[in-house]
Design a protein around this ligand. Structure first.
Ligand code: GSH
Length: 239
């Protein structure tokens, strides 16, 4: 800074001697004064340091506050109480084409089922294996895995989904394990309605470690007996 000032002072003197460029001289004097003033302020560096320190401290503070709020949000979501049911009751059958009907003449379940599936999906295969083993008839809606237009009617984004006719409504069951648990519970004790059984599998939402909202269906590996073990059965021989 001092060096620059010296140069300007020299040029200023030169112009004064020259005598003809008064205007330029004035300008240079102003510049010269500016440099002088600057060079005479040793406190400026200190204030720059202060500013840098404040900016760093502010950055750290803001970062910590953000991380804290994220963490708090994540924990809060995990601790959410059960907030919705995994089942819904549709007023009408979705506007989709049945791809295939699987019929067992010996079926005595009384159930009217429609399975939304991808043929190659292992979770769908699990549900089909269950229905076939117990000889329960069902219709299949093959979902296009790319466009998934057969699933436009639901917010649930996965297959299998099972629709069960209940009077003039349709009970929607999501998740292969929940479907099998609900149907097994029903077949073992038909006195409790399937809708009532299905409400024992509530869904909770939570945030995973990557901050993604996920849904989990509770109780899906359990059978629901509402306190009544079917006649002639024990918990042990059911399981
Ligand atoms: N937990 C679910 C998993 C179902 C699942 O992940 N299904 C896959 C197909 S194998 C799916 O639909 N993924 C979403 C997609 O394809 O868009 C279940 O057991 O039903």
């Amino acid at each position: 800074m001092a060096c620059a000032c010296r140069t300007v002072l020299f040029r200023s003197n030169f112009l004064i001697n020259n005598g003809s460029q008064l205007l330029k001289r004035n300008k240079l004097e102003v510049i010269c004064r500016y440099f002088k003033t600057n060079s005479q302020k040793p406190t400026k560096n200190t204030s720059k340091l202060k500013l840098a320190f404040l900016a760093t401290a502010g950055g750290i503070g803001a970062g910590t506050a953000y991380a804290y709020s994220q963490n708090k949000e994540r924990n809060a979501a995990i601790l959410n109480p059960v907030n919705e049911s995994a089942v819904s009751l549709l007023d009408k059958f979705p506007d989709v084409k049945i791809s295939k009907r699987v019929t067992y003449p010996t079926d005595s379940s009384g159930l009217k089922l429609t399975l939304f599936q991808y043929t190659t999906c292992p979770f769908c295969c699990k549900v089909r294996a269950f229905l076939d083993y117990y000889g329960i008839s069902y219709d299949i809606v093959e979902v296009n895995p790319v466009f998934r237009q057969q699933m436009k009617w639901t917010d649930y984004k996965k297959v299998p989904v099972l629709l069960v006719k209940q009077g003039n409504k349709y009970l929607q069951l999501n998740d292969s394990s929940m479907i099998i648990s609900a149907l097994t519970s029903y077949l073992l004790d038909k006195d409790v309605g399937l809708f009532e059984i299905a409400n024992n599998f509530p869904a909770i939402s939570f945030m995973d470690d990557d901050g993604k909202v996920k849904k989990e269906i509770l109780n899906r590996y359990f059978l629901m007996f509402h306190g009544n073990i079917p006649a002639g059965r024990t918990k042990e021989n059911i399981v």
